[in-house]
Each structure stands twice: as structure tokens, then as C-alpha cells.
Design a protein around this ligand. Structure first.
Ligand code: EPU
Length: 358
């Protein structure tokens, strides 16, 4: 056994929020073989398994995480020519996501240019169907190579097997079953950049190159403190802390009534709202601000980002329980004003399963 399993390893430094306790047992794996060894090790020792990518979308409880935490560090990006102008890019799960975007854009391969500046590792991207600025992982995903713990074997899940939805997938809904080992995307050589998101289309000329679009997305993200920057006072965060609620017509009508009755908008079309599979996707950041939670609000050592109401930030020296209390306060405010329940976007790791939000 070549694995170096350590005991009582602090997890806060391995997360972008820099919060929470230690892993009971911890191992970093640099290859698929080591990852499978770690799965066997956990089984042999009766330890629960938790997989950690870049730590940019997780909340670690103050009490830490029981069992074995496996940090994915297997790297590598490969290209394979496919039919016509298609190229398949395969990334190992532990490859930093920005390297994947960089590899695609620098080869003039279209499909991932708007997904730049997102912290974390490639293997995490299909789990929550990462999306930003008009692109979603699901648009380009071909397959996900996994270890299926239920079947005890390596498998290739096609795009449809992953049952992707907005910030959701079968991999996310069944976290103890699938271990993501590698992800493949279909990209288009010489393809045009995606200029679908209003804010991006306004900031970019229609003739912009892939590299220019990527550059513009990075600038937009930086303005919202959504790029990891050691000098940014909002840097300790997990990006959007809540998903944008997708609501039916009845709920939407209640939101409109509440906003008009309180004088938050003069007209319905001032409420940001996007069609989503026959329903309506509202902007959680907008709801939070209009519910009276302002950017930059502080509660002890945690608060709301001063650049984007959807990001909760840790100012140093705080605790996960403080952060979750603030998340609970925000949810209660939005529910009271708009009768909409916000769902948490990051994965809440738990000593015994995921803890509920307050
Ligand atoms: N808004 C506010 N106040 C705020 C923030 C936003 O009123 O503090 C309003 C904006 O004016 C806009 C609307 O809300 O009308 C949408 O805001 P934005 O364009 O910033 O996007 P978002 O819906 O808040 C989503 C993703 C982000 C992604 C951006 C850009 C979710 C949960 N978040 O944010 O993803 O970068 O769109 O595509 O879907 C992440 O998931 O961690 C993340 C950063």
C-alpha cells in the first residue's frame, strides 16, 4: 500500500472559505490507481468517504469530517480529433479547471471560454453542472469516467446518464455512489464564442475572439469578487452561496406582488427573471438585496460580499456555525418578504451526512 494516510488533518486551508475543522483521516491521490486504493482502504477500515476537489464549493463543519477525506490530485489533459471540426478534450478529475479552459481557448477550441475564472478542479464540474455567463458544462459534456462504488467497477457515464439540470446532476444527488475520475468535453475548432449572457454580450463586440471573450468574463467576475485574488477582501468565499430559485407561475406572481406592494420596483419587467424549462429562474442576489440584506453586511467574522449579495464571505478567525447562522438569517428574510425558499449551492460536508441549513 503506497498511500500516505494522515490523521486529523485541518481542512480549512484546503477550502476557499478557510473554515471548519479537521478530517479524521486524509489522503491526497495522484492517480486513478491511488484513488481506487483509497476507496479500498476506506472499506477495509470501515471509514466513510468524502472526496475533495479544489475546496471552492464546500462548507466544512466546525466539528470536522469523520472518515477518510480523499483529495483528488490526478492531473492531465488530452485531445482527440473527432468528426468534422470537433475535438474531444479529456481532463483528469484533479486537473485545475482553469488549466482546462486555458488549454481549450489557446487552441482556438470553442465551448468553455465563458467558464473561465471558476476556482476548483475539473472533476467537480459535472457534479453541479457548473455554469456561468451563458455556458454550462452540460452543453459540451460527452462523458464522465467514474468508479461506481455500488457496482464496484470503473464505468463511463454518457452525458444523458448524468441527468444534468441547473446546478444539479445524478452525481450530486447520489454522492456516495460515483467517484469522478475524468471528464470529456466536445469542443469546436475555430468555433465562435458564446455571447448569450446579456451582461457579456453588452461588454463584448460581436466579432470578439475566444480569448477576448475569456478576458471579458474574467473582468466581469473580478468586479463581483468571483475570481480568487489574494488582495480581494471578499476572497474567502464559496462563490454563489445559494442557487437561483426556479419557480412556478404562482410563486412568481407572489414575488411580483410583493415587489410591487413594497415599492421595490415600479414595473414587473424590472425584476430579473429568465425562462427555465417552462418555469422562471429568479436572481437570488436580487431577492436577497431587496429583502433588506445589503452587500457588505457583517455578522461577527462573516458577512455578505461587498461585491455580490449572493456570496457569503469569511473575514478570518470565524466559524462555520457563524456562516450557517448568517445563511439562515438570509433565507428567513427572503422567505418572509418573497415567500421563496433559497437552496444552498455549496456542498455541506458533515460528520454524519450533510447537516441541514438553519
Ligand atoms: N443582482 C443583484 N444584486 C446582487 C447580485 C446580483 O441585484 O448583489 C442581480 C443583477 O443585477 C442581475 C441578476 O441579479 O440582474 C443576476 O446577477 P449575476 O449576473 O451576477 O448572476 P447570478 O445569477 O447572481 C449566476 C451564477 C454565477 C455565475 C453568474 C454569471 C448561480 C447560483 N450563480 O449568478 O455562478 O457566475 O450567474 O453567469 O447560478 C457560482 O455558481 O458560484 C457562480 C458564481
Amino acid at each position: 500500500m503506497s498511500l500516505r494516510v494522515e490523521r486529523d488533518v485541518p481542512l480549512a486551508p484546503l477550502t476557499t472559505l478557510e473554515l471548519g475543522g479537521a478530517a479524521e483521516a486524509f489522503v491526497a491521490v495522484e492517480s486513478e490507481a491511488e484513488c481506487l486504493e483509497a476507496v479500498e482502504y476506506a472499506q477495509a477500515h470501515g471509514l466513510a468517504l468524502t472526496f475533495l476537489g479544489g475546496g471552492s464549493n464546500v462548507v466544512v463543519p466546525d466539528a470536522g469530517v469523520s472518515g477518510l477525506v480523499v483529495a483528488m490530485r490526478n492531473r492531465g489533459i488530452q485531445f482527440e480529433e473527432a468528426a468534422g471540426r470537433s475535438v474531444i478534450l479529456r481532463a483528469a478529475a484533479g486537473e485545475p479547471w482553469e488549466n482546462v479552459v486555458d488549454a481549450a481557448v489557446s487552441r482556438e477550441l470553442a465551448g468553455l471560454e465563458c467558464l473561465t475564472g471558476i476556482p476548483g478542479l475539473a472533476g467537480a464540474t459535472p457534479i453541479q453542472n457548473v455554469g456561468a455567463y451563458g455556458q454550462e458544462i452540460g452543453d459540451q459534456l460527452v462523458s464522465v469516467e467514474v468508479f461506481d462504488r455500488e457496482e464496484g467497477m470503473r464505468r463511463v457515464l454518457g452525458r444523458d446518464d448524468c441527468e444534468l439540470a441547473y446546478r444539479d446532476s445524478r452525481l450530486k444527488r447520489d454522492p456516495t455512489r460515483f467517484v469522478v475520475l475524468a471528464v470529456s468535453f466536445e469542443l469546436e475548432r475555430g468555433g465562435a464564442p458564446a455571447l448569450r449572457y446579456g451582461e457579456l454580450a453588452e461588454a463584448c463586440p460581436a466579432s470578439a475572439s475566444l480569448a477576448e471573450v475569456r478576458h471579458t468574463v474574467l473582468a466581469l467576475r473580478r468586479k463581483k469578487s468571483m475570481v480568487l485574488d489574494p488582495d480581494d477582501p471578499n476572497r474567502r468565499s464559496a462563490g454563489s452561496f445559494f442557487t437561483n430559485p426556479v419557480v412556478d407561475d404562482e410563486t412568481y406572481a407572489r414575488v411580483v406582488d410583493a415587489a410591487l406592494a413594497r415599492g421595490l420596483v415600479e414595473r414587473e419587467d424590472a425584476i430579473p427573471c429568465f425562462p427555465s424549462d417552462g418555469r422562471k429562474k429568479l436572481a437570488a442576489g436580487w431577492l436577497i438585496e431587496r429583502a433588506g440584506i445589503h452587500k457588505g453586511l457583517r455578522r461577527g467574522r462573516v458577512g455578505v460580499s461587498s461585491a455580490h449579495a449572493l456570496a457569503l464571505v469569511h473575514h478570518g478567525g470565524g466559524s462555520t456555525s457563524e456562516l450557517l447562522a448568517l445563511a439562515g438569517e438570509i433565507r428567513a428574510k427572503v422567505a418572509a418578504v418573497f415567500s421563496v425558499k433559497l437552496e444552498c449551492e455549496p456542498q455541506l460536508l458533515g460528520p454524519h451526512g450533510a447537516p441541514a441549513l438553519p
